[in-house]
Design a protein around this ligand. Structure first.
Ligand SMILES: Nc1nc2c(c(=O)[nH]1)N[C@H]1C(S)=C(S)[C@@H](COP(=O)(O)O)O[C@H]1N2
Ligand SMILES: [Mo]
Length: 363
């Protein structure tokens, strides 16, 4: 199998302004401050999370094979899929490891900051269309999604493919797409060309890229990325936890005293965002205004005006609550593999000495 020369791809990533965490496999964060209120992240700036080399698939020979506990086995080429009923959705993908660098004591794994999250408009075939064509048998309990990428994994003989499963009872309400387009463009190679699964609201490990197979099985899938990774204490990761991030002003920066607008993002897999609150220093929590489009599975921009009058160092915090009543913890909920850190985001700022005296300033 041909894989993308990672030197080339790393170069491209650097040019695109991504923050490269690892070149091989290619893992990159989105520079969130560069987004400035945009609903979707341009494809070139969408974060990248890979476990193996990027497979380069030939669309002429590529097939999506559907098998296992189905009434009819399917082998669909990209033309067949594109001819089927399509749907489009704006969906935020977040890596379960996003924010792993914030765990104390530290945990092994890619040391993600807060940029392993992005939003795009995905177009493809509703997963249910394909599964209905195949006909799921009553004995099927899980659907296993296989990616074309594979490699060596400690503790396993031979090649391990990237595979994840979803419970059959979740498939219908998941609203998952078999996506072939991203932000109106052909799905880029690094994001899964020619076809990827997109599972709205779930940690993005579920959204298998370079999809080649769907197999319906009668038990619980025991693959490496299901049982050795991407769980918390044996419990499968599913919905993205509620979270908000401060995007502006940028952490560690210096701002002039006076009126500023704090802006950020909030999302939750389980339910829409109910509210976001910000706290300046030791002040009270104050409501932020939700801004921009509200789409069920997309992050939501918010903003809050603030008056920063006193020079010195300052901490700004933001916390979101979703309509299911879930809130964010003050501190990361530590787990040995370092997943699902949704602790309240804190940003430290310096407020400069005023360059012109304040009206009424006694100096
Ligand atoms: N085939 C395949 N699919 C995959 C992965 C992978 O390594 N191989 N990584 C998963 C993980 S952990 C994440 S966070 C998302 C990242 O998707 P992106 O690179 O398009 O941002 O893809 C998921 N799907
Ligand atoms: Mo991930």
């Amino acid at each position: 199998m041909r894989t993308l020369a990672h030197d080339d791809d790393q170069l491209a990533a650097g040019e695109g302004g991504l923050i490269v965490r690892s070149a091989d496999p290619l893992n990159c964060e989105t520079p969130l401050p560069a987004l400035a209120g945009a609903q979707v992240v341009p494809n070139a700036l969408f974060y990248v999370r890979n476990h193996f080399g990027i497979p380069v698939l030939d669309p002429a020979t590529w097939r999506l094979d559907v098998g296992g506990l189905v009434d009819r086995r399917l082998s669909l080429d990209i033309g067949r899929l594109r001819a089927m009923r399509s749907a489009t959705a704006v969906v935020t993908l977040e890596c379960a490891g996003n924010g792993r660098a914030g765990f104390r004591p530290p945990v092994p794994g890619e040391k993600w900051g807060l940029g392993a999250v992005s939003t795009a408009e995905w177009t493809g075939v509703p997963l249910t269309e394909v599964l209905d064509q195949a006909g799921i048998q009553a004995a099927a309990q899980e659907a296993v999604f296989r990616g074309a990428d594979c490699g060596q994994v400690d503790g396993h003989d031979g090649r391990v493919f990237f595979e994840r499963s979803l419970p059959v009872r979740q498939l219908r309400r998941a609203g998952a797409l078999l996506a072939y387009a991203m932000n109106g463009e052909e799905l880029p190679v690094r994001h899964g060309y020619p076809l990827r699964l997109v599972v709205p609201g779930w940690y993005a490990v579920a959204s298998v890229k370079w999809l080649t197979g769907i197999e319906l099985i009668g038990g619980s899938f025991r693959g490496h990325f299901q049982v050795d990774r991407y769980h918390i204490g044996g419990k499968q990761l599913s919905w993205q936890r509620v979270r908000s991030l401060i995007v502006e002003p940028a952490p560690g920066g210096t701002v002039e005293p006076g009126d500023i607008v704090i802006r950020g993002l909030a999302w939750s897999g389980a339910a829409p965002i109910a509210r976001v609150e910000v706290r300046i220093g030791d002040g009270p929590w104050q409501p932020a205004a939700l801004a921009g489009d509200r789409q069920r599975h997309s992050w939501q921009w918010w903003e809050a005006p603030a008056l920063l009058s006193r020079p010195g160092n300052l901490t700004i915090r933001a916390r979101a609550t979703d309509l299911a009543g879930q809130a964010q913890p003050d501190q990361p909920r530590w787990n040995s593999l370092g997943y699902a850190n949704n602790a309240i985001h804190q940003v430290r700022l310096a407020v400069a000495e005023p360059s012109v005296p304040w009206p009424g300033d006694p100096r």
